[in-house]
Structure formats: C-alpha cells, structure tokens
Ligand binder design. Structure first.
Ligand SMILES: Cc1ncc(COP(=O)(O)O)c(C=O)c1O
Length: 382
C-alpha cells in the first residue's frame, strides 16, 4: 500500500527503535518476568518496571499505578465491570464512544438497571455544552462519567478536565478512554480528576499490538474480573490485593512491553506535542482542501485545535465504502470506511446507514501524501 492513512486503527509504520526492541527481546530476552530468580528474568522485570514509569510520566500521573492488559478493550472491561455498581446508578458518556465502552455499559445496564445519559454535544458545531452538562449533573448526579479522550470517528477532543471537574463535585468516578489521545494530548492534572485512564500501545503510543492497560490514581477500588496466576502471592486462592498484580493475570507480554518501552522513549525524544502538532497540521490542510468540494461533508469543529489527526467525511454521490474501495484500488491509499466500531457516534452524526470515510494521520505521513489524497478525491468527485 503506497499511502497508509488508517492510523486511527493502528499507527503504521512503527518507529525503527520499536521494531528493533521487539526483535531484540525475542532474540535475547523473551523470558517470563516475575517468575524466576535468574538474570534474564530480573532484566525482564526491570524493563516492565521502567515501562510503567515511562507511561505514567507521559500521561502526567505523578503517583499513579500502571496496569497492563493485552488490549484496551480488555482494560476497559476490567475498569467498567470492576466498578461496584448499584441499581439506578447514573452513568454519563460522550455520544462518540467506541463499542469497547458502549457494549460493556450495555451489559452493566442489563445487570444493574443503570441509566446511561449522553453528555450534551451539538452535532452541527461539535461543541460540548458544559453549562447544560452542569445542569444535568445537578438534576441527576453521576455515579460515573466515561469519556473518550479523542473520538476515533472524527478526532474531536473531549474537554475531559472541564467535564471531570463538574463530575468530581458529586464524587463521581471518572474514566477516560485514551486510546486515540494519550500520550499526544496529555491532561494537565489527571491525578485528581481522572480515576482511570485507558491507553492502547498500538495506536497513539506507536508501540506494538498486544500491550495496553490503564493508569489509576488508586482512589477507587475495582473488583478483578479475571483470575489466575500472577507470579506472586501464589499461596492465595483469591487474587492478591497488591496492585498491579490484582488486575494482571497470566504471563506478562515482555515482547510487546519492550516495544512500548522504546516507543515511549521515541515519543519523549520527538516530543508528544510535536507529534500532535504534526498530525494537526495535516488535518488542517486536508480539512481545508476537502471543504472546497461542494458535494462532500467533513465532520469537524471549526476550531481545528479541538481535533487530533483523525477526520471523517462523506460524499453525496458515493457511499463511504465505495470511496474507500476506489481510494484503495485506483490510488493505493488506505483509509477506513464504515462505522469504525462506534455506531453511537454515527447515529449522532447522522451517518449510521453507511458510515464515513475516516482518514487517520501519524507522524510518518507527509503533506505530499495528503495532496495525493486530495487529488484522488478530486478525481473521484469531479
Ligand atoms: C477510542 C477507542 N477505544 C477503544 C478501542 C479498542 O482498542 P483495541 O481494539 O486495541 O482493544 C479503540 C480501537 O479502535 C478506539 O479507537
């Protein structure tokens, strides 16, 4: 594929340092950490422990605990199903959540009869209404607020800190799905406001598949949802109380952890802000150009600084799938079409029937590539 613009699905390519770390680990040190007393096992433990602090650092948590899991979906399941729910609890979500939030909450709703309410967002301007949010919280205080940090459909950044500040007036639990945000859009003070921040290794962290997790400030206890060996406290029949082991079952994925370890160092070297600014400048360029076409609609807030590098668009005369196919087959440009596992977002944007064409930028994309995309779209819609 000549041009890869499906970076919201997974960033590709990965930094060379990440590729090297993964193969080095496979060749020289892929042993089971936390279960042996020999040097390679100690080395693996050191990498894991260093990676926890790199992630904590990049996400701006001073003292948080980093808990690893094989995917963000599993991390979200652990956090959401681990919260101690009661019947008629009220949960607020953004209208843009991914299925790895909505399906889990639907399951909780069926078991606990909780109420799920959308945080007010204008579908035309893509502007959150914080005043109305405040009033809603007053009328129906939140037990929990669950927010995608950056929409995987349209790249809109949720004003997490503002909404979390309102929610904390009611001692609400705050969960942020940071799969498309962290560590590129770091929160200023997540420690007090965000109880659980979910991250994905293979997306905006530029790491490999197979490593994700969440950071917690430790204020809210979770029931573990998975049970098994932890390499520690093996005499217990129940899961140990000690964090992170309470929520980390099975052999740690040292290969992927070695990869995300180097990815964190690469991000620090380039600067998370520089990566975000690069993605945003491509987004601004693409949006400005796409908005020139009469029969094409881009789903953006006019303040493009409220987006990261993901945009969605539709064309009057073709379905999203048709555009995606033509881009792939005639122009060798990889985009993603359809619902992007976020049907609620599409219902909200009015695109549920066919979804949108989604373009996701990464640090490795260039303006020339965006120009080729625009030229291709121009040929298609002409
Ligand atoms: C916002 C968001 N949340 C959660 C996920 C789930 O991530 P994974 O499939 O890696 O578990 C994704 C993946 O697309 C996502 O974009």
């Amino acid at each position: 594929m000549a041009i890869y613009l499906d970076n919201a699905a997974t960033t590709f390519p990965k930094p060379q340092e990440v590729i090297d770390a993964v193969s080095r680990c496979m060749a020289l040190g892929a042993v089971n950490a936390g279960r042996g007393v020999y040097p390679l096992a100690h080395e693996a433990e050191k990498i894991i422990s260093e990676t926890r602090s790199l992630i904590r650092d990049l996400l701006n948590y001073n003292n948080g605990n980093v808990i690893f899991s094989p995917s963000a979906t599993i991390a979200l399941n652990q956090v959401l199903l681990g919260i101690k729910w009661s019947s008629r609890d009220v949960i607020y979500v953004t209208p843009l959540e991914h299925n790895s939030v909505t399906r889990v909450l639907e399951n909780i709703k069926q078991n606990y009869d909780v109420e799920i309410i959308d945080i007010p967002l204008c579908s035309e301007t893509l502007e959150y209404d914080l005043k109305e949010t405040e009033q809603l919280f007053f009328k129906k205080p939140p037990k929990a607020v669950v927010m995608t940090h950056v929409s995987n459909v349209c790249g809109l950044i949720t004003p997490v800190e503002e909404i979390a500040t309102l929610a904390k007036q009611y001692d609400s639990t705050v969960v942020v799905d940071g799969c498309q945000g962290g560590p590129l859009v770091p929160l200023e003070e997540p420690q007090e406001l965000v109880d659980f921040y979910i991250f994905s290794g293979h997306k905006t962290f530029y790491g490999p598949f197979g490593i994700a997790g969440f950071v917690t400030n430790g204020n809210i206890g979770l029931n573990p949802i998975l049970f098994g060996g932890t390499g520690s406290h093996s005499e217990l029949l129940s899961m140990p109380e000690e964090i992170p082991f309470r929520y980390e079952v099975g052999s740690p994925n040292i290969v992927s952890i070695s990869g995300i370890n180097q990815a964190c160092k690469w991000i620090k070297k380039i600067g998370a802000n520089n990566i975000a600014e690069h993605d945003r400048s491509l987004l601004a360029y693409a949006t400005r150009e796409l908005e020139q076409f009469d029969n094409l609609k881009v789903f953006v807030n006019q303040e493009l600084s409220k987006h990261l590098g993901i945009l969605s668009f539709i064309v009057d005369t073709y379905t999203a799938q048709e555009i995606g196919m033509i881009l792939s087959q005639q122009f060798e440009i990889a985009t993603r079409t359809g619902l992007h596992c976020a049907p609620m977002a599409h219902r909200f944007l009015g695109t549920l029937s066919h979804g949108t064409v989604r373009v996701g930028f990464s640090y490795y994309n260039t303006e020339d590539e965006v120009k080729l995309l625009i030229d291709a779209i121009s040929t298609i819609v002409a």
